[in-house]
Design a protein around this ligand. Sequence first.
Ligand code: KG4
Ligand code: ZN
Length: 341
Amino acid sequence: MTLLALETSCDETSAAVVRDGKILSNTVSSQIKLHAEYGGVVPELAAREHLKNLLPVAQAALREAGVSPAQLDAVAATQGPGLAIALLVGFKAAQSLAFALNKPFIGINHHEAHLYSPWIYGEPCVADFSKFQPNVSLIVSGGHTLLVLVAAELQHRVLGGTIDDAAGECFDKTGKLMGLAYPAGPVIDTLAESGNPRAYDFPRPLLNDLGDDFSFSGLKTSVRYFIRDHPALLDDRQKVCDLCASVQAAIVEVLVKKTIRAAQRHGVRCVTASGGVTCNRALRRELARACERHGLTLHLAEKNLCTDNAAMIGILAERKLQAHRPLTDLDAEIQPGWALS
Ligand code: KG4
Ligand code: ZN
């Protein structure tokens, strides 16, 4: 089966060609620079940029894969969740292409696709489910922080999520308070490598709560008050590095401990993680250490597949089609608020 997938749920325009579990191409055009001056994603600008870039990105993906539209067996796109006017661009384009080619169309839940990106690896990039084990999956990005129990392929249950800010949002907003450029997550990651994570003590929200929910807005507020009370600190580069390392340590400790605890409580031997924040070096290191200590297998999405991409949409779409899951109607609409259940 050869399938074209499109992803435009937020600020990445992406197209991928997938054939029998293999990623033949995965083209991503990021809008980060465009939104940086506004300090966050502006939906109207994102949609206009998707409109401008989608065709060139899709053409590049087809070219790289050596596949013509006539050779496609199916078309897929992200149906939700995401920014409504951004989703519309990729979803409607994919539906139109499927209609024109008279091929099946399938709409995909973006978060469900994140559950499978940790199983895509190697060179050439292949989705390898032969080692699949029931797992607890951490999806951690700028908009979401979710823990999901994946009992079997295509069978999952959300255990918990953030009750306020997402972990990526906490990185970005605390970084903004420090005067760092948007998105601050990668900048904090870099500065933290030269900092002392024990220099300043920040709260670890809901760490001792036995449930699987997260909360990061209190941590953000405590960084705000800390900077208000110590403004001179921002003029000292080493202290900024220490601050970054300390904030990062608080976020990472909560993410790691709650993920491991959920895996233990649900009796699974495997942990997976994806989403932009999974690029964070401290998170990758600490998850690896904790999993080793507790005898758990860890599958982290490769860094280029942590952030939003159409390859994961294509892989999930192909698995669903192979499992004879119902197709999406050609007149179906986007679902911007489509929560994973
Ligand atoms: O998954 P993603 O590309 O987009 C969505 O939010 O859907 O994630 C972007 C988020 C941003 O908040 C960004 O700051 C964060 O991921 N991020 C990181 C790192 N790389 C990206 N956070 C911490 N450390 C990083 N290295
Ligand atoms: Zn995502």
